[in-house]
Design a protein around this ligand. Structure first.
Ligand code: ADP
Length: 729
């Protein structure tokens, strides 16, 4: 009997880098490897971290280098590997670039470090100071903590904490620095669902019971109780499988303490909260707890999609229409769409929720690809706000030059304030004025290396480029003609509207809510808290103020410029304006006081505005949908953009023309361009764009891959492929 030659194992390892494919390594004798394991292996002259993408037997024909070591951590799940491969193919990116979104710092693979924490000892030392008492209070309230954290909570120096410990008032404990999350209790106190909510929740529960992939669209007006419906579905998933993991995606700026507080109230435990403001330590903690299948509920912004769930049983995408789900930097992806892919790979149900669903999701629901669940009414006495327009073309409505609030809006504000109710003035423009120009020579202040105007910010006294972050002090003379004091601010931003409101209502408490005033999560939360407590009379806000908040005493919304957002070459502009205005208007009248929204507009007949006033969403969406269908735009066709950027404009032109020339022939595909986009130069890079439209049944990704592979990379040219672009600037 001949003996089969002993075959050694071979591991294909994918590195989180822009490499075209996984590399093969020999598995050393005695090393047990599973697909998905996190390993280290030699790469060039270094040792690099990667993931075992496949295992096979090694015939020894090639002299392979060996895997160096394997981390003692659970492997990535098969579903995760499938998700990364699928996304990479779809996005026309190397899989390593997608894997880079998944892997976090190496210490998340290691057990939690320990730290010294302090707990109350029972006996107090004889000498107690006020500072020491505050430390004891902090421990009693927040539980054992590190000296630094206790000092922060008590408002004392860490020396007070260690002094108190030495004196015997605190005991030292060695504990994990990244503690596990408490288990949520599915039977925590919830509201009693009204019949239509219960029916919606039952539909989701049936999907969870059935197991396997299924998608649903939960379409319900603002305040109809959608959140309570998906809470009930989450509770059900946890009752069915106490080890289930659940992902709730929210737009970044909706991830406020209010949302967390609702979760804590319902489930009696803090969820893992994943957003861009979380520090390294909290991210490490969440990643490890998710990977070890110990964290049950994660609420997160779009990148939470890439967390290494092991037993993902249910996904919620709230505010599914929100354009910020589209990541426009680095890896371009649409988190809502990839969430559906993730659910399919995990064989789990997913629900997309919104008061203003995207045309894409409505089309999926209509075609029967998604279950369609509707909640047409608000809960309790709350009614949807009455929406009316103020036609700025009428002379009596036209604000004086340099002013932005019309007489009817000012009157409505006065009435509202007299009733001690709150006003939100909405304008999606940061800063004081979007343009500064010289009255003498007409020179417009521009960003030095971008084709964009500088926005004036009065609080900081600077002119800022919102594309690149460039800023400069506001000059006192024109840089072009040298005229003194000739620079004029043109157009309104929130700071200017706040200034006008202050002049009109000097006694009102006025605050601005924009990403400039709320650049940290803490500041944002503080402002929202004050608004909730009624400490602000007039809030002037950008779209950061439009989302998710529940300001019970807010009864008047003034939309300063309802037309903003309708212009430009973006096929989603009408839809997006409509959705934003519905969301803004939906902030009013959330309790038992009716709310109203006044829209200042130059174009009251525009489809989006007229539909808003008539409350006829379906008709508006119908028209928009038909337009997209006729033009073959998403979801009735597919779009992709290729952006080519170079330092040298003529090189950008040449390369863009080369790409256009070498496009593979195919039916059902059109290529537009190359053209110079609105911002033809950003940070000194000259940009050219090719826009591709394909029929729905064309595998656009495959076609783009074929194209990409024929193009020789040029080191001084950047190529960005954007599938389903949202930005057309
Ligand atoms: P949506 O997510 O659709 O905007 P929410 O779930 O936030 O709606 O509900 C709006 C408000 O109504 C919240 O304050 C919520 O607590 C309350 N609510 C929702 N459902 C019920 C219910 N069945 N009974 C009482 N209050 C409810």
């Amino acid at each position: 009997m001949s003996r089969a030659p002993t075959l050694k194992a071979k591991a294909s390892i994918l590195f989180p880098m822009p490499l075209p494919e996984p590399f093969d390594y020999a598995v050393p004798e005695g090393m047990e490897l599973r697909v998905g394991d996190h390993v280290r292996a030699p790469l060039g002259k270094r040792s690099a971290r990667g993931v075992v993408w496949a295992l096979s037997s090694d015939d020894g024909s090639r002299n392979l280098k060996s895997v160096e070591s394997v981390y003692d951590a659970p492997p990535l799940s098969e579903a995760m590997i499938e998700f990364v491969n699928w996304s990479a193919r779809y996005l026309v990116q190397w899989p390593g670039i997608v894997l880079r979104m998944v892997l976090r710092s190496e210490d998340a693979l290691l057990p939690s470090p320990t730290e010294i924490q302090f707990d109350v000892a029972g006996d107090l030392p004889a000498r107690m100071t006020e500072a020491r008492s505050r430390v004891i209070e902090a421990v009693t309230e927040y539980g054992p903590n590190s000296a630094a954290e206790l000092a922060r909570l008590a408002g004392v120096t860490p020396g007070v904490v260690s002094g108190l410990a030495k004196a015997g008032g605190l005991t030292r404990l060695e504990r994990p620095a990244d503690p596990p999350f408490d288990a949520p209790d599915p039977d925590g106190p919830g509201v009693k669902l009204v019949p239509q909510q219960a029916e919606a929740a039952d539909q989701l529960k049936r999907m969870i019971n059935a197991g396997g992939f299924q998608a649903a669209l939960l379409d319900g007006v603002t305040g109809s109780g959608k959140t309570e419906v998906y809470f009930e579905a989450i509770a059900h998933a946890l009752r069915q499988d106490p080890e289930a993991q659940i992902l709730v995606l929210l737009p970044e700026i909706a991830l406020t303490r209010a949302v967390t507080a609702r979760f804590i109230q319902r489930f009696g435990a803090e969820p893992a909260l994943w957003h861009s403001d979380q520090g390294h330590r909290e991210r490490r903690r969440i990643w490890r707890e998710v990977n070890e299948n110990r964290a049950r509920i994660v609420i997160g912004a779009r990148s939470a999609l890439f967390l290494p769930f092991q037993n993902l049983r249910f996904i919620v995408v709230d505010e599914e229409h929100d354009a910020t789900y589209k990541q426009g930097d680095g890896l371009h992806y649409q988190a809502r769409d990839l969430a559906v892919v993730r659910a399919r790979a995990s064989k789990a149900p997913i629900v997309l929720a919104s008061a203003t669903p995207s045309i894409e999701s409505l089309a999926n629901a209509r075609a029967g690809r998604y279950a369609y669940i509707q909640l047409p009414d608000r809960i309790g006495k709350a009614v949807l706000p009455e929406i009316t327009t103020i036609d700025l073309r009428e002379p009596e409505n036209r604000p004086a030059s340099g002013m932005w609030l019309s007489a009817p809006l000012v009157e409505a504000m006065a009435e509202t304030l007299a009733r001690k109710e709150q006003v939100l003035l909405y304008l999606n423009r940061r800063g004081y004025a979007p343009l500064v120009l010289c009255r003498d020579c007409g020179h417009k202040m521009k960003s030095p290396d971008v084709d964009a105007y500088l926005t004036e910010h009065r609080y900081t006294g600077r002119l800022v480029c919102h594309l690149t972050g460039f800023s400069m002090p506001r000059p006192d003379k024109c840089p072009e003609c040298g005229a003194i004091d000739s620079l004029a601010s043109v157009g309104p931003g929130v700071e200017r509207v706040a200034e006008e409101a202050k002049a009109r209502f000097p006694d009102a408490k006025i605050e601005i809510l924009s990403s400039d005033t709320a650049h940290s999560a803490e500041k944002l939360l503080a402002l929202i808290d004050r608004m909730e407590r009624g400490e602000i009379d007039i809030l002037v806000g950008t779209q950061i103020a439009a989302k998710g908040h529940n300001f019970l005493n807010l009864t008047l919304i003034g939309v300063v410029d309802a037309d903003l957002g309708l212009a430009g070459g973006d096929p989603r502009a009408g839809e997006r304006t409509y959705q934003t205005l519905v969301q803004v208007a939906g902030r009013a009248g959330r309790a038992d006081r009716p709310g109203r929204a006044l829209l200042q507009t130059h174009d009251p007949e525009h489809d989006a505005i007229a539909a808003l006033v008539a409350g006829d969403r379906d008709r508006f969406m119908e028209t928009e949908t038909m337009a997209r269908e006729v033009l073959g735009l998403p979801p009735y066709g597919r779009l992709a953009a290729i952006i080519l950027s170079a330092r040298d404009p003529s090189q950008a032109d040449t390369v863009a023309r080369d790409w256009a020339r070498q496009a593979p022939n195919a039916d059902g595909i059109q290529i537009w361009g190359p053209a110079e986009p609105r911002y033809g130069m950003v940070r000194g890079w000259h940009r050219r764009r090719l826009l591709i439209r394909a029929d729905r049944d064309v595998d656009l990704s495959a076609w783009l891959w074929a194209w990409k592979k024929t193009m020789k990379p040029v080191s001084s040219v950047r190529v960005t492929i954007d599938i389903e672009p949202y930005s057309f600037v």
